[in-house]
Design a protein around this ligand. Structure first.
Ligand SMILES: N[C@@H](CCC(=O)N[C@@H](CS)C(=O)NCC(=O)O)C(=O)O
Length: 220
């Protein structure tokens, strides 16, 4: 099987990279800078809205990271990253896998408002505050889930649900502090200590989206 992931560091494609690294399957990685490369015709043929990730599997291409996580977990059930249809934890696994995008929308809005919109005067402190508060609601939901002392989102252990949500929290932590959510912090540090996560981070010299650990409107 030939798998090729089209990736920009620190973005949602990192979810798929982390999963592939956890699975230990063979794949090729194509890394792009986060720029107009995603608007080239060859890229748009795989991902029509010009977004990462794009994934090629044996000549078939996919977009949408959540669909890729589900597809790969179905393809490689022996890796234990998925929860099969009909199993007790299937619904819970799907819910958290897709909750990643509820967090992801706030990351995208904060990234635009704090870093991408020019001129800086056009950025909105009101939107930043609102998005920050709405992201904290997501962290509170996560805190609640983890408050019974479980090590991972699902009682049975680490899964692609931790990858999806954990990667969204990785992005969010560039704009929103997680220190008021102690169970989230412990879980986040546990899952990001995994070698497969560390391998999915940008390495020296790679093009990055965020050079700093944290950004706020005030600091810009
Ligand atoms: N729901 C999609 C979102 C994909 C997405 O928006 N990716 C961002 C990076 S995190 C992107 O490629 N943005 C480029 C752009 O908006 O031009 C997914 O999960 O794959």
């Amino acid at each position: 099987m030939k798998i090729r992931l089209h990736h920009c560091h620190q973005t949602r494609s990192m979810r798929v990279l982390w999963l592939l690294n956890e699975m230990g399957v063979d794949f090729e990685l194509a890394v792009y800078p986060f720029d107009g490369s995603l608007r080239e015709p060859d890229f748009l043929a795989m991902s029509p809205a010009g977004r990462v990730p794009a994934l090629e599997i044996d000549g078939q291409s996919m977009f949408e990271s959540g669909a890729m996580l589900e597809y790969l977990c179905d393809l490689f059930p022996e890796t234990g990253m998925g929860r099969a249809a009909g199993s007790e934890e299937r619904a819970e696994w799907l819910v958290w896998l897709h909750f990643a995008e509820t967090i992801g929308q706030h990351v995208a809005n904060l990234n635009q408002q704090i870093l991408f919109i020019y001129p800086p005067e056009a950025r909105s402190p009101v939107v930043v505050k609102l998005e920050g508060k709405r992201a904290e609601k997501c962290l509170a939901a996560l805190e609640d889930k983890l408050a019974d002392g479980r090590d991972h989102l699902l009682r049975s252990g680490f899964s692609a649900a931790d990858i999806a949500v954990g990667q969204s929290v990785y992005m969010l932590r560039h704009f929103v502090r997680t220190s008021d959510f102690p169970h989230v912090e412990v879980w986040y540090h546990r899952i990001t200590a995994r070698p497969a996560f560390q391998k999915s981070l940008p390495q020296d010299g790679d093009p990055v989206l965020w050079a700093q650990q944290f950004y706020s409107l005030e600091a810009e």
